[in-house]
Design a protein around this ligand. Structure first.
Ligand code: PMV
Length: 327
């Protein structure tokens, strides 16, 4: 039978990139989840399989053997899961072999935090299977460490939101703060299908900051004001204001050079179809955009994004972080 756990994807609603320079960002968990099923084995090996990515392989101690798909891709995807499971096995005190099956509906490599969601769900499932008591705080730490070692993303936004769900305000110096949000944030998320690298995008911004420090400093201040105002709008369920603020945030991101043609197509198409606001989300340069829309316009916006060449889906905020689905 085994244990099944799940964890949600995320979007950055406001403040990406500026957050790297100390400004606040708002991150929201969305109702797209990664599911992980774990069963014990009779040997000591970790067998991993992703139905979504059509990858399979196993670790015999530290030796990885590929069974299906690209060995390189499998290692990158499976390594953080292995790290997290090792921590749980350490707490369990005995080496146990595990069968891990991943089934995720979160687009991969699009900035939606699919990796952290899979790792958080794996940690929770293994904990439940092996009777290792884990607080959410523990799952967050384990996921954060595993992700940091492999992906080197120090902000920890993805592990936090996958674990705790809801909406959080994140700032480098103060960390995470759960946000009081009355809005359920109806969104259409459009995947441009254009691959991008967070590292390259962050580097691009660094060059812009160095070249035009005084101008960018003012943009940073504006980005902060956008986030502060958005916190009120989220509390008051003021979707009109949120939409306007998303457009402003997108303009700032465009200004620092992280939009691209594909994102411009999709955000413009969404606005034209009646979205209250639209912006790129995450690193930019491809990846995903988000459009906020009243319920009655969601379908229209979705179709417009599709016609403009994107792969859209409808999503809402979820308060459900990592959870056990079946034990
Ligand atoms: O990698 P993504 O698309 O989830 O977003 C990265 C967000 C940045 O602000 C660009 C970088 C960061 O570490 O916060």
């Amino acid at each position: 039978m085994g244990v099944v756990a799940s964890a949600p994807a995320k979007i950055i609603l406001f403040g990406e990139h500026f957050v790297v320079y100390g400004e606040p960002a708002i991150v929201v968990a969305i109702d797209k989840r990664a599911y992980v099923k774990i069963e014990s084995r009779n040997d000591n090996n970790l067998h991993l399989r992703s139905t979504t990515l059509d990858l399979a392989g196993h670790f015999e101690r530290d030796i990885f053997k590929i069974e299906r798909g690209s060995a390189r891709e499998a290692r990158i995807k499976f390594e953080p899961i292995k790290r997290a499971l090792e921590k749980i096995l350490e707490k369990h005190g005995k080496q146990v072999g595990l069968d891990i099956e991943i089934d995720s509906s979160i687009p991969v490599g699009a900035g939606l935090g699919s990796s952290a969601a899979v790792v958080a769900a794996s940690a929770a499932a293994a904990g439940a299977l092996l009777d290792v008591k884990l607080l959410k705080e523990d799952i967050f730490r384990i996921t954060y460490e595993a992700e940091r070692i492999v992906h080197g993303n120090p902000s920890g936004v993805d592990p936090a939101i996958s674990t705790f769900g809801g909406a959080i305000l994140f700032q480098m110096d103060t960390g995470f703060k759960p946000l009081d949000v009355r809005a359920d944030v109806p969104l259409v998320i459009g995947d441009t299908g254009v691959e991008r690298s967070t590292r390259t995008q962050v580097e691009k911004v660094r060059i812009t900051v160095e070249r035009y420090p005084r101008i960018v400093e003012n943009m940073m201040k504006t980005a902060r004001e956008v986030v502060l105002r958005a916190m009120d709008a989220l509390k008051e369920n003021d979707l009109e204001t949120l939409g306007a603020l998303m457009n402003m945030n997108h303009a700032l991101l465009y200004g620092i050079g992280v939009s691209d043609e594909s994102l411009e197509w999709l955000t413009n198409a969404a606005r034209k179809a009646g979205a209250l606001g639209a912006k790129l989300t995450g690193a930019g340069g491809g990846g995903c955009m988000i459009a906020l829309s009243k319920d009655e316009k969601l379908q229209q916006v979705l179709e417009a994004i599709q016609r403009a060449g994107g792969k859209p889906f409808i999503a809402r905020k979820t308060d459900e972080g990592v959870r056990i689905e079946r034990s």
